[in-house]
Design a protein around this ligand. Structure first.
Ligand code: SF4
Ligand code: SF4
Length: 500
């Protein structure tokens, strides 16, 4: 067993107020430069909607992520090396600027330079690409708060299997916010897609980065990422992506999107996992087993055997301690309320989400249920405004069971705490029926409702003295763990290139 430590983020979607502060502060920090006008390392989408770039979740169209081939081996959905070489000068799966949006600014000078006239001068939009006047037709949050949803939301692929049930007219509409960054995947298809070896995953903390010197502008990382979180800078001719604010986390600080999150929805911590088990987990035959396979990768950092294996693998002691107090491990593995975004892409993404409960107590009353009655509390899940099947398509490859488990736990925790506030005593039967004992319920309540800064962000400082020993693994098309491993058979070691 080769134990590795990985940064992970969890976002509790009920708490997101859609303020876009995270997107703005990220832009100020990272993409406030020429060639990155259209780039939002962090964006906040309203769901249902087609997202940014348009339809990014539709892999029949973009061919991002992984699939199993006829012999149950992982294969890039866009095909292997031969197909890449055939299309290296004309990648057919690449989004164009209109799939994102044409960035624009305003002719601000006109406000003060316009000649005197009867009407006040008005601003007109100008393209940041051509400098010419442009008609605004799409933007990175064009669908904010369901803007234009009556026309476009039906194209959301997560609605595919439930179109008959879901009505998007005003009385029945539902929505929630989905903030997105790069997933810093355990099985990153961007890294495996890069012909130049420029994309790499840092072995010491799992952050996925682009080596700007090695990037040769092929852009297969852009098409290979199913979350469309690698962007091409047309000025520098290099790929760019979310860096997980490595300069901040190396110093023990949270990413800028987390630091400034108004809703306090974000949690950052360390998880330990077995590198040798990654390919098998991503190769689960049934897509619906991927959530559990992914969860099972996370090791219990309090288990003495895991601690010994982590020490043998070179994980520093204070990182093991951080993993023992990790809020993300607690939400994803212990309490089982967080879920990965589109596990069916087989990338093993490391930004997970606590699915939104919607205003459940209001839903209870509207549906004629009693919020104090344990039986009614769980029946309410069927009556949530956000259809559970929609959340399952988004967070569990269509399997409603893990979503239901998360929603039941959140519902039980709220009902218990509500009764405790009103009557002085919560009903333990509600908690037990959701699979929560008293300690777990208090832990869940603490994390989701009260957690302060130090509880939400448990980030060990980097050990710069160890970086040379650990080195960075530069995975590319030759990565044998990707192309030569059968499920259940021994996993070959990935290439280790010499330190630069
Ligand atoms: S989400 Fe990030 S790590 Fe995963 S494939 Fe896309 S760019 Fe790579
Ligand atoms: S800053 Fe936080 S609350 Fe605001 S949109 Fe971003 S994730 Fe949501």
């Amino acid at each position: 067993m080769r134990v590795r430590a990985q940064f992970m983020m969890v976002m509790a979607l009920d708490k997101c107020i859609g303020c876009h502060t995270c997107s703005v502060t990220c832009k100020q920090a990272w993409t406030n430069r020429n060639g990155t006008d259209y780039v939002w390392f962090n964006n906040v989408e309203t769901k249902p909607g087609i997202g940014y770039p348009k339809h990014y979740e539709d892999q029949e169209r973009w061919k991002g992520g992984w699939k199993l081939d006829g012999r149950e081996r992982l294969q890039l959905k866009a095909g292997g090396r031969v197909r890449k070489l055939l299309h290296i000068f004309a990648n057919p799966d690449l989004p164009v600027i209109d799939d994102y949006y044409e960035p624009w600014t305003y002719d601000y000078g006109h406000l003060v330079q316009a000649p005197l006239g009867d009407a006040a001068p008005v601003l007109s939009a100008r393209s940041r690409l051509t400098g010419k006047p442009t008609a605004l037709e799409w933007g990175p949050n064009w669908e904010d708060n369901l803007g234009g949803a009556t026309e476009r939301a039906r194209e959301d692929p997560n609605l595919a299997s439930i179109q008959d049930r879901v009505r998007l007219d005003y009385e029945h509409v539902f929505m929630f916010y989905l903030p997105r960054i790069c997933e810093h995947c355990l099985n990153p298809s961007c890294v495996a897609s890069c012909p130049s070896g420029a994309m790499y995953k840092r072995e010491e903390d799992g952050i996925v980065l682009v080596d700007q010197d090695k990037c040769r502008s092929w852009r297969f990382c852009v098409s290979g990422c199913p979350y469309k979180k690698v962007y091409f800078n047309h000025v520098t001719g290099k790929a760019e992506k979310c860096t997980f604010c490595y300069a901040r986390v190396e110093d023990g600080e949270p990413t800028i999107c987390s630091e400034t999150c108004v809703g306090r929805i974000r949690y950052i911590g360390i998880v330990l996992y077995d590198l040798d088990a990654v390919t098998a987990a991503a190769s689960a035959l049934d897509e619906r087993d991927l959530v559990e396979a992914h969860r099972d990768l996370f090791l219990d950092a309090r288990d003495p055997d895991v601690v010994a294996a982590a020490q043998d693998s070179g994980v520093p002691h204070d990182w093991i301690e951080a993993a023992q107090h990790s809020p993300v491990y607690a939400l994803a593995r212990e309490l089982r309320v967080a879920l990965p975004l589109h596990p069916e892409f087989r990338n093993l993404p490391m930004v997970w989400y606590v699915p939104p409960l919607a205003p459940v107590l209001d839903s209870l009353a509207v549906a004629g249920f009693d919020a104090e009655d344990p039986a009614d509390v769980f029946a309410a899940i069927e009556h949530l405004r956000i259809p559970i099947e929609y959340l399952a398509n988004l967070l569990a490859a269509g399997d409603v069971a893990p979503v239901e488990e998360s929603l039941r736990k959140q519902t039980a925790m709220r009902a218990y705490k509500r009764a405790e506030q009103l009557t002085g005593r919560g009903d333990p039967a509600v908690a037990e029926a959701a699979g929560l004992d008293a300690a777990s319920l208090e832990h869940l309540y603490r994390l989701l409702a009260l957690a302060n800064y130090d509880e939400r962000y448990v980030i060990p400082r980097s050990h710069r003295e160890d970086v040379g020993a650990l080195q960075t693994e530069h995975w590319s098309l030759d990565f044998p763990g990707v192309f030569e491993t059968r499920r259940g058979q021994e996993v070959p070691l990935p290439h280790r290139k010499e330190a630069r």
